[in-house]
Ligand binder design. Structure first.
Ligand code: ZN
Length: 291
């Protein structure tokens, strides 16, 4: 196995990104890690971005196209009617990471008998996304109820801190006494979107459509374990470059590159930047939102 590490200077903040030059006998492993294992079968562009964040080999786009064309999972999904992801409505982002959060529910994931597909009994997913970093969260829910929504909101508040604003639609599960009390206690402004203008919560709508497509892709047979796969789906989204951003949500949140599952089999990865880049990353994200 011939492999060498070279410095490829990318103009990404002040960081000189060290990429691994991949020998052809490891190409399939890299494609598998970036497209299947940590990509949840995302498309060509996102898979290429993920690969080029760490690796180099000639004709990357061509290799990725061919790989996806012969990927069983992607072909199965392509045969099904694909939901078109709506254009993202421009909404001002928050001023800080986890400062402005969009929340929504997706589901129900039920069968013809109206029973949960998940053997664990989950029917819905609550999704949250940070407008600045695009960091997503998703939790399975048993019911579309305010109590479960409040529990999950509380869980993220104690993980990332309290946001300044939460945007949701007018659903009863978001507009109950419990949620009003929670928002008041934590000093959060709750903004509800009009049923006639749901696109005001465009980022979360867009994320929900993406995550729905991704869940469909990982649920191969009966989907009974979809709730167990949410982590994998979220990791794929968090480590993919967002259209409007120069950073993946993971990099924006943790100021370091993620290590993909099984990545160690390929070779050494670039080290995290030594300096604290958090202020710079936030400033750049804010700049990009203005464009
Ligand atoms: Zn695929």
């Amino acid at each position: 196995m011939i492999m060498m590490s070279v410095n490829v200077v990318l103009k990404k903040a002040k960081e000189n990104v060290e990429k691994l030059v991949v020998h052809c006998d490891k190409l399939d492993a890299v494609l598998f890690i970036c497209h299947d294992e940590s990509g949840c079968h995302l498309g060509v562009n996102k898979t290429v971005s993920k690969i080029t964040s760490k690796y180099y080999f000639p004709n990357i786009i061509e290799h990725v196209r061919k790989y996806i064309q012969t990927c069983d999972e992607c072909q199965k999904q392509n045969k099904k009617a694909k939901t078109v992801i709506p254009e993202l409505c421009p909404v001002p982002c928050g001023k800080r990471i986890w400062g402005k959060i969009g929340i929504d529910l997706i589901g129900p994931f039920i069968n013809k008998e109206r029973l949960p597909i998940s053997t664990n009994g989950y029917r819905y997913v609550i999704t949250m996304i940070d407008y600045l970093s695009k960091w997503p969260e998703a939790f399975p829910l048993y019911r579309k109820e305010a109590k479960e929504v409040a529990e999950k909101l509380s869980e993220t508040i104690y993980r990332y801190g309290a946001p300044d604003e939460i945007i949701s639609d007018c659903g009863g599960e978001f507009n109950s006494k419990i949620t009003a009390e929670l928002m008041k206690n934590y000093g959060i402004r709750h903004i509800t979107t009009s049923p006639y203008h749901p696109q005001a919560n465009g980022l979360v709508e867009n994320f929900n459509q993406t995550i729905k497509n991704m869940i469909n892709k990982v649920v191969v047979d009966n989907g009974s374990d979809w709730d167990m796969r949410l982590g994998k789906v979220l990791f794929a989204y968090r480590t993919s470059l967002h259209k409007s951003s120069r950073y993946t949500p993971f990099e924006a949140m943790f100021i370091r590159k993620p290590i993909f599952p099984n990545e160690a089999d390929i070779g050494p990865v670039s080290a995290a930047p030594e300096e604290d880049m958090s202020v710079e990353v936030v400033e750049q994200l804010l700049e990009e939102e203005k464009r």
